[in-house]
Design a protein around this ligand. Structure first.
Ligand code: NAG
Ligand code: NAG
Ligand code: NAG
Ligand code: NAG
Ligand code: NAG
Ligand code: NAG
Ligand code: NAG
Ligand code: NAG
Ligand code: NAG
Ligand code: NAG
Ligand code: NAG
Length: 775
């Protein structure tokens, strides 16, 4: 506990300090009234810029502003929209456009390009030498910022140094070169300059007077079939990384490389204040002014540079001046500018280094609290912060792991889902995909208060979506393959149907290990609760029971016959029939349902269902037919009639509601078994009709069981007996004719998976005998 408080303090420290710092700091330092730009030109009337280029001394626009002719710049304001700067010259520097001037370099446009062109016989037809002579100038070709680039087809280039006055130069002497090898034009890759059609190498130091010579390696005639009919090779210097090879077309299209290079690919020169002397001489002559230092250039010559903390002109009086660092507010509280540096401090009562980028200033008390806490715990601050850091790191890692896991589940679940829906993505489109964060928010982190129901399969939570809609969210507890398949199955089935007596699936969440399902919220719970745990306020009357029976029979009939593909529910029971605010039934829980090809009468599966409702014929044959749903519905009918649970008690002999009901029916004391709650409401004729209907549904000979449509018609008949005034005609038709969301669906994939439910139900021998010998 105290650890986390400490962490919090440490964490908040820099923020809170800055928050208290700024208002006072403006009074602590007198603000600089005017920031004067540092001197960079020789005279105050010399131009500081030309276009966007800044021109510091020793460069200058016009001879009187520059150190000497080499540094003299002309600024052409008339020819171009935005002014351009050119070197004055002489030699090969004459009229070369300047792109950039830095402390050590000047970047100029390229013009020295060597080229050789060959005709279709491989005969050289033209040649341009790459010559460059800036001998005697303060400039050299930068060896750090340029590359020699050669483009060609089995060609190579050599840099020949013509000899000169640079300390590094010698009479004509090849310094460097590179070769392009290539057997086949098609292997040249644009952008790759690694030897195939294009090669690059670094530049020797101190070049001032040199030629670039291009040669070809082989007898072109011999290689004719590989060689493009006509092509040119090129060699030039270019700023590192700036030239990009355009592929074979660079060789075969005469002129493009030259044009591109001269326009876009600059060359970098090193400059020195004086090329042929060193700092030793410069110091004697006091070239570098006050607060400036002298730096020898690697390629010869020297430059002057302001010391750190100073700015301005190192070559001109009065030299470099102190930078007022406080102007950029580097301190948390007080800032004091000193020569070449600055000093941050904190007011009394505060500790810290005073730097905004450092620990800033914080009240002394705070430090005491922290150190006391630390010593009180007997652990040094270092250990605590190590613990905190590692805790924090593991928190970050854990968070990341969760994010990755969510993505993994999503991927895996949506793959499963899409496999099932392979041929019908439109069904998927009708379902909303929720994020796990959203569902956690609407259920209060799956708060226990929100639980609507709990079962073997999982827990159902109540939640309210942001648009105010109340939903039920089903979350499975245990995770295994079969549950995952149940989920996918339910999504597939429910996305196919749209019926007012079937619960609507609104969406799902694929980011959890077992995906979560989001349904419309059905207000009044399950039929099971209402029959077996009735409330005094709202007893469930005979009329309501008939309505519920009719609703659910209608939904089932729809599933069996009218939906585009017959669907067997396979788990009809009173706890899967939900009641809305008007006590109308809604069928739910399609986890185990199956889509069935129309011409198939049954599906062979491992037995799955709920005891008390399970069709014994199905149990024995493992063949589920629509009549197995009819059997289960028969049990629900008897439940409605008798108010007894499907499994009546834990005593073996008295266990099955079906056996109990059939035996009483034979003994023809029907009124004894009708739920006392409804005894007064209905007539004996009505009870008898429903009892007989139930009995027919439970028939062990499947073929004599009525279809759901027939069941529905019979229930309707009983309803019209019960409320003769009401015109119930044609209602049957309405109920069965639901609207299907999708009309075309391929179910081949579903039927071929024989191991849809890997878990077999294990029954005790007593139960098996009960079910198989109901007499
Ligand atoms: C390069 O220029 C210098 C100075 O102008 C000159 O002395 C030298 O001969 C030139 N080099 C070549 C190869 O022309
Ligand atoms: C280009 O020049 C740079 C700087 O000298 C060098 O580091 C780099 O290796 C050169 N590139 C190639 C391909 O030689
Ligand atoms: C060049 O290479 C391509 C693919 O690598 C090949 O198809 C083509 O035949 C080669 N051309 C010659 C002339 O070898
Ligand atoms: C090459 O340099 C020029 C001029 O500095 C610049 O405009 C261009 O964007 C550069 N190209 C690359 C690929 O770096
Ligand atoms: C390529 O262009 C250069 C100048 O741009 C010219 O000198 C040369 O003759 C041309 N080569 C061919 C093969 O057209
Ligand atoms: C900053 O000021 C304090 C007190 O005025 C002094 O002790 C310290 O040495 C100074 N630091 C620097 C870098 O000048
Ligand atoms: C899968 O989960 C169901 C429901 O929780 C359970 O009955 C079954 O035994 C589980 N199967 C495996 C292989 O864990
Ligand atoms: C069922 O719905 C009615 C009407 O909305 C409501 O008054 C009643 O409390 C609900 N009963 C239960 C058990 O939720
Ligand atoms: C049901 O309604 C249709 C017209 O929609 C009518 O032709 C038919 O006779 C009605 N059936 C009954 C039983 O009233
Ligand atoms: C269903 O399939 C038939 C033939 O395969 C096709 O003509 C019809 O347009 C499809 N209907 C839909 C809604 O895709
Ligand atoms: C499940 O039932 C099938 C046939 O119905 C049988 O082949 C299989 O061995 C059973 N599996 C288990 C685990 O009992």
């Amino acid at each position: 506990m105290s650890l986390s408080i400490l962490w919090l303090l440490l964490f908040l420290l820099p923020v809170s300090v800055e928050a208290i710092a700024d208002p006072t700091s403006s009074t602590a330092i007198p603000p600089k009234t005017m920031l004067t730009a540092a001197v960079i030109t020789k005279h105050s009337n010399c131009a500081r810029t030309c276009g966007s280029l800044t021109i510091p001394y020793p460069f200058g626009v016009g001879r009187q502003c520059a150190h000497d002719d080499w540094f003299t710049i002309t600024c052409d304001k008339t020819t171009y929209d935005s002014p351009k700067a050119f070197l004055w010259g002489p030699l090969d520097l004459e009229d070369r456009e300047i792109l950039e001037i830095t402390e050590t370099e000047v970047v100029i446009r390229n013009s020295q390009i060597a080229s050789r062109c060959y005709d279709f016989r491989g005969k050289k037809v033209s040649e341009n030498e790459g010559k460059f002579n800036i001998s005697g100038s303060p400039f050299t070709l930068s060896h750090t910022a340029n590359n020699l680039t050669v483009i060609g087809y089995n060609d190579y280039a050599l840099i020949g140094d013509s000899g000169g006055t640079s300390p590094y130069e010698a009479p004509l002497y090849y310094r460097a070169g590179c070769i392009t090898m290539c057997a086949n034009l098609t292997v040249m890759k644009p952008g790759s300059c690694s030897g195939l059609g294009c090669c690059q190498t670094s530049v020797p130091i101190g070049l001032q007077d040199f030629t670039i010579d291009l040669y070809t390696v082989e007898n072109r005639q011999r290689q004719k079939e590989y060689v493009p009919a006509e092509y040119c090779s090129y060699a030039f210097f270019a700023k590192v990384g700036n030239f990009s090879f355009g592929g074979a077309s660079d060789l075969t299209t005469n002129g493009t490389v030259e044009k591109r290079t001269k326009q876009e690919v600059p060359v970098v020169l090193d400059w020195a204040f004086e090329r042929y002397t060193s700092c030793k001489e410069a110091k004697k002559k006091n070239i570098c002014q006050s607060n400036a230092e002298c730096i020898d250039s690697e390629a010869g010559g020297y430059r002057c540079k302001c010391r750190s903390g100073y700015e301005g002109q190192p070559y001109l009086e009065p030299g470099c001046t102190d930078i007022d660092e406080c102007a950029s507010r580097p301190c948390a509280k007080y800032c004091k500018n000193v020569a070449g540096s600055f000093n941050c401090s904190c007011p009394s009562g505060y500790s810290g280094d005073g730097f905004k980028s450092g620990r800033g200033c914080y009240p002394d008390g705070l430090l005491k609290i922290i150190t006391n806490l630390a010593s009180g715990l007997g652990i040094s601050l270092g250990i605590i912060s190590m613990l905190l850091v590692s805790w924090w790191l593991s928190y970050i890692i854990e968070k990341r792991r969760i994010v990755e896991q969510k993505a993994k589940y999503f991927e895996q679940n949506s793959r499963l889902l899409l496999q099932q829906m392979a041929t019908d993505e439109s069904a998927m489109a009708t379902i909303k995909i929720f994020t796990i964060d959203e569902l956690e928010r609407v259920t209060d982190n799956f708060n226990e208060d929100r639980i609507l129901g709990k079962g073997g399969q999982g827990t159902v939570y109540k939640g309210m979506l942001s648009e105010g809609r109340i939903v039920a969210i089903k979350k499975s507890e245990v995770v295994n393959e079969s549950q995952l398949r149940d989920f996918v199955n339910e999504v597939v089935i429910l996305s196919q149907i749209n019926h007012r007596n079937i619960v609507k699936l609104l969406g799902c969440c694929l980011e959890a290990e077992v995906p979560l399902l989001v349904y419309e919220y059905i207000l009044n719970g399950t039929l099971f609760q209402h029959i077996h745990h009735p409330t005094e306020d709202f007893p469930i009357t005979w009329k309501m029971r008939l309505q519920i029976a009719s609703d659910s029979a209608g939904a089932l009939a729809y599933l069996h016959t009218s939906s585009s593909i017959p669907i067997f529910h396979r788990d009809i029971k009173s706890s899967n029939i939900l009641l809305d605010d008007k006590y109308r039934a809604k069928l739910s829980d399609f986890g185990t349902s199956k889509l069935v090809a129309i011409d198939l009468t049954h599906v062979t599966t491992h037995v799955h269902g709920t005891f008390g409702y399970l069709d014994p014929v199905y149990f024995q044959s493992s063949q589920f037919t629509e009549k197995s749903d009819v059997y289960s519905f028969g049990v629900v009918l008897i439940e409605l009639l008798t108010g007894q649970k499907a499994i009546r008690s834990m005593i073996q002999e008295d266990r099955s509601l079906v056996l109990w009901f059939l035996s009483h029916l034979e003994n023809s004391n029907l009124l004894d078994i009708v739920d006392s709650q409804i005894l007064q409401e209905g007539s004996k004729e009505e009870f008898l009709a429903i009892a007989n209907l139930g009995k027919r549904c439970l028939n062990l000979d499947e073929k004599t069981r009525p279809s759901m449509k027939e069941v529905l018609v019979e229930i309707e008949r009983v309803m019209s007996l019960h409320f003769p005034g009401k015109n119930q005609k044609n209602w049957t038709e309405q109920v069965i004719t639901g609207t299907s969301r999708t009309t075309n669906y391929s179910y081949d994939g579903l039927l071929s998976s024989k191991t849809f439910y890997p878990e077999n139900i294990s029954l005790s021998s007593a139960e098996t005998s009960l079910l198989s010998n109901p007499k």
